[in-house]
Design a protein around this ligand. Sequence first.
Ligand code: ATP
Ligand code: MG
Length: 324
Amino acid sequence: MTKIRDFLGPYRLARLIRLGSSCQVWEAIETETGDRYALKVLREDFRSNKQEVSFLRNEYHIAQSMNHPNIIKMYDLVLTGPAPFLVLELFSELNMKQALRRGSESIAYMLGKIIAESIKGLYHMHGHGYVHCDIKPDNFLVSRDGDVKLIDFTISQKVKKGIVKFFAGKTKQIQGTRSYMSPEQIRGLPLDPRSDIYSFGCVMFEMVTGKLPYTGESPNDLLNKHISAPLPSPLVANDNVTAEFAAVIRSAMAKRPDDRPNSMWDLLKVVENTQIFKKAPRIPEKSIFDDFPTSGRIMNQEQAAPESDKEVSGDKKSRGEEED
Ligand SMILES: Nc1ncnc2c1ncn2[C@@H]1O[C@H](COP(=O)(O)OP(=O)(O)OP(=O)(O)O)[C@@H](O)[C@H]1O
Ligand SMILES: [Mg+2]
């Protein structure tokens, strides 16, 4: 099979941003215009895997149908040549998981903005009739100013309605990331936007505490906790969280969809009127954004070493794979 060298079609590969389980994400430069893009390229061992190619197609079709400042722009899907790839808007260097690994206090001072922008992106997606199905910190990109872009529509799906929903039955192959999966997603039931609200509740819990709401001794133990374990209070891990914001998280993470906010819009209205922290968090002296290479730097493929082993392989859990 052909190896990618320095070019893919008209794009020069400048820097490897992430090496995921099935895709590489590159910063690339279109040679003629000099414009920069992010290329999401299927890794060599998956290029003849029909399901992985169909994930790319799904991601392309869903993302290119949306246009919103809090959703990454999708420009192209290229299936000819040595490797199938997507062409996306290039945005920032940090996904929210990378930021949280450096401590939740690193972004706490701009959390209100980050949460509001994340919700707005999701609300737009839901308005187009889609559920994201893989809401987790890794799938939000965050800029130094607290701007957010929702990414990774690999397993997103159209909301089933009416008779289609009635006959949909249970999904056999359950997809998602275990630490953030709603009870109905775990059960393989038809999903609506409230499933993303649950997952976003887990994300808000992690954003204010730096910890996952549930961990398990085994994958099944973790899934069972989403279904039946009482909700831990974020105040145990961070007593600077207000009781009111803890209640917002609790309602988003309600076990029954009917007990959650009805839409991302409803959640946004509540969040905008709720103080997150008792004492305003301080702006850290050293920004975590300084630790990452700027998008202007160009390296060749050999130099483009991933940041650390953990970041390279540590957080791909979708499509039923293991949590780290
Ligand atoms: N448009 C982009 N601009 C900048 N960085 C991006 C972009 N898209 C993705 N990335 C980076 O690449 C990572 C993986 O992208 P994405 O979530 O789309 O792929 P994935 O298939 O889920 O990969 P993984 O196996 O790592 O989970 C993101 O978390 C982010 O760090
Ligand atoms: Mg991802």
